[in-house]
Design a protein around this ligand. Structure first.
Ligand code: ZN
Length: 613
């Protein structure tokens, strides 16, 4: 833990709502000693239980003071932080049920701070709700169990394993507490490991100000970075699975229930869709494709969706459905049924190639099936959605209108946007068309897989595709366009990942401010050259002039050749290496040195190996 005597007091006044008297900031900790109590309900749910521990732990790390956690049933003297709904918050007129999903409040009252929102209730009925989410097999599997104190590096405090709030369960109290720790206590979660979290040192910690009542802008937030790829893994340093599970909650991922990914594939066809009548008539597609115009198949899938929405029967492994969304997505091949019902619909797509990965060759065929299922399901469940992707050969809308209960998730090649204008424009064509032609909630699948994925598969080293400003721009546009959720496919670098989830929370956030703050807080005395290094990587990676043909093709980029022939040229490597050397010289504290070392090993050494220099 860093120590210091920085004394920061944030003084403000509350707005008119609630109290009539002015509420001054009060001390949470004073000269390293606790100056208040955390109060929770007698039987707190998973969100309040975690939030109370997170508040206690972070204040302890900041100030050295251990704020006691008390139950509402105990007599508590003095100032209180009320975490989650309790009899004490009800006395202030604050009830969880009055909050909208994901809405939360940070409220200042006389001698009390309230951190709460709507929370999932641990009832038998709520536990019975089924789903097949993106980040795990079932909803229950996303209520991860961890040993909290072991996870945060204090095993001597362990009280055994506890259940974390499910990623897609309401946890307004956690949202409030994490926001409070960032806004009022200066905590920054730049990663899951201890070294990647910025915790200021303040013996005296105060908070006060205006009430905050809000919700994250993006309802479904699907970034679950696991440190699976070299940049994040290296930048984060040593981390455990438990820390990653906490980190996803701290950066507020999950949220509204939605899922969309492949559902018809060899496994589900074998286990569930094995009726000989609607098997694919094209022998090459037998076992991976079905006859998507067959009425019996349409009836079977519609009934499955109804059963899911009625809470009857479990969905097969490898399926995707969550909340009000039941996903149907075909397998990734063109060996489609050629029966007399399917063939004419497929023929309509034969002239609709685009020259890009994303086209309309299968659109009439696929969306004919989606519409047929949606029409059936709407008869009984008009407020539920059939979810599908707008992807690959069915990226563009079909030549007919979509049913109003079809929720589309366009799959966008965001990682190409800065440097491949034609691909970006092709993406924007189908994204805009879908926006015009559907009124159901829209979700997105955004790719951050290139160039790292092919580099890992074929074992070469890519130039770091830093594109933080373009990522922020695109995400801001998506949210302002009304997109309801985004799923990230791939992993970015540590800072871009952080900036992206901040824009998801608030598209109005000052991106350059976030970047400057990161380099100042994270690298301290070495911040300036590290920031120059990072922004120079971005300038090189995002300049289309660095990818002339043949490095850029109609439908892609030769990332491998571009990396060290066009991007990491000898002159640029020299310039970039100088920033790293300068940062190493300037780093003062042990923490600064370690962080510079992690970035050097994760990014710079990778680049040196790739360039052979
Ligand atoms: Zn057919």
């Amino acid at each position: 833990m860093e120590t210091g005597m920085l004394l920061v007091t944030i003084i403000g006044l509350t707005c008119g709502q609630g109290p009539t008297e002015r509420v001054r900031a009060f001390d949470l900790a004073h000269e390293g000693r606790p100056a208040c109590s955390i109060v929770i309900a007698r039987n707190p749910g998973p969100a309040a239980r975690l939030a109370a521990l997170e508040l206690q732990y972070h204040v302890l790390k900041i100030s050295g003071a251990e704020i006691p956690i008390r139950s509402e049933s105990e007599a508590v003297e003095g100032r209180r932080i009320l975490v989650g709904e309790s009899s004490a918050t009800r006395q202030f007129g604050l009830r969880g049920a009055d909050f909208k999903p994901q809405e939360y409040a940070i409220a200042f009252r006389k001698d009390a701070i309230v951190l709460m929102g709507r929370d999932w209730e641990d009832t038998e009925e709520n536990r019975r709700v089924e789903g097949r989410p993106m980040a795990g097999e079932t909803l229950q599997a996303l209520r991860h169990r961890i040993d909290y104190w072991k996870g945060v590096g204090c095993p001597d405090r362990s009280t055994g394993a506890m259940e974390l709030p499910g990623l897609h369960d309401d946890q307004g109290t956690c949202l409030a507490t994490y926001d409070f720790l960032e806004r009022f206590c200066g905590v920054r979660w730049y990663g899951p490991s201890e070294i990647s979290i910025v915790i200021p040192a303040r013996k005296t910690l105060s908070a006060g100000g205006r009430d905050i009542r809000r919700a994250p802008a993006l309802r479904h937030r699907g970034a679950f970075p696991g440190g699976n790829w070299p940049f994040l893994r290296g930048q984060w340093g040593d981390f455990t699975r438990e820390q990653v599970l906490l980190y996803w909650r701290r950066i507020r991922q999950g949220g509204e229930r939605w899922a969309g990914n492949h559902t018809f594939h060899r496994e589900t066809i074998k286990s569930l869709f094995n009726d000989p009548e609607y098997q694919c008539r094209n022998p090459r597609g037998l076992g991976s494709q079905l006859c998507y115009t067959h009425p019996k198949l349409i009836g079977h899938v519609a009934q499955m969706a109804r059963d899911y929405f009625d809470g009857k029967g479990a969905l097969p492994a490898g399926w995707k459905a969550l909340g009000d969304y039941f996903a149907i997505v075909p397998d990734d091949n063109m060996n489609l049924c050629n029966c007399s019902g399917c063939e004419p619909l497929l023929r309509k797509g034969s002239t609709r190639a685009t020259g890009f990965f994303s086209s309309a060759e299968m659109s009439d065929y696929w969306f004919h099936f989606v519409n047929a299922v949606a029409r059936e399901v709407r008869k009984t469940h008009p407020d539920k959605y059939i979810a599908t992707l707008a992807y690959w050969a069915y990226a563009f809308p079909p030549g007919f209108d979509m049913e109003p209960n079809v929720s589309i998730a366009p799959c966008l090649h965001t990682c190409y946007y800065p440097v491949h204008a034609e691909m970006r424009e092709n993406d924007m064509r189908f994204y805009s068309e879908w926006r015009k032609r559907t009124s159901a909630p829209m979700f997105l699948w955004v790719y951050y897989h290139h160039p790292m994925e092919p580099a890992l598969i074929d074992r070469w080293k890519c130039f770091p595709n830093v594109m933080v400003h373009e990522t922020a721009r695109a995400m801001r546009m998506f949210i302002r366009d009304g997109v309801r959720g985004i799923y990230e496919c791939g992993e970015q670098d540590q800072l871009e990942q952080y900036v992206m989830v901040k824009v998801w929370d608030d598209p109005g956030v000052d991106v350059d401010g976030l970047i400057d703050e990161f380099f100042r807080l994270y690298f301290g005395a070495a911040g300036d050259p590290m920031e120059k290094f990072y922004l120079r990587l971005e300038a090189i990676a995002c300049d289309p002039a660095n990818y002339p043909p043949p490095y850029t093709r109609a439908n892609g980029i030769d990332w491998r050749k571009a990396a060290w022939e066009r991007l990491g040229t000898p002159e640029r490597m020299e310039e970039l290496g100088a920033f790293i050397s300068q940062a190493e010289k300037l780093a003062e504290t042990e923490t600064e040195k370690r962080r510079v070392g992690l970035w050097r090993n994760a990014i710079w050494e990778w680049m040196r190996q790739g360039s052979g220099r």
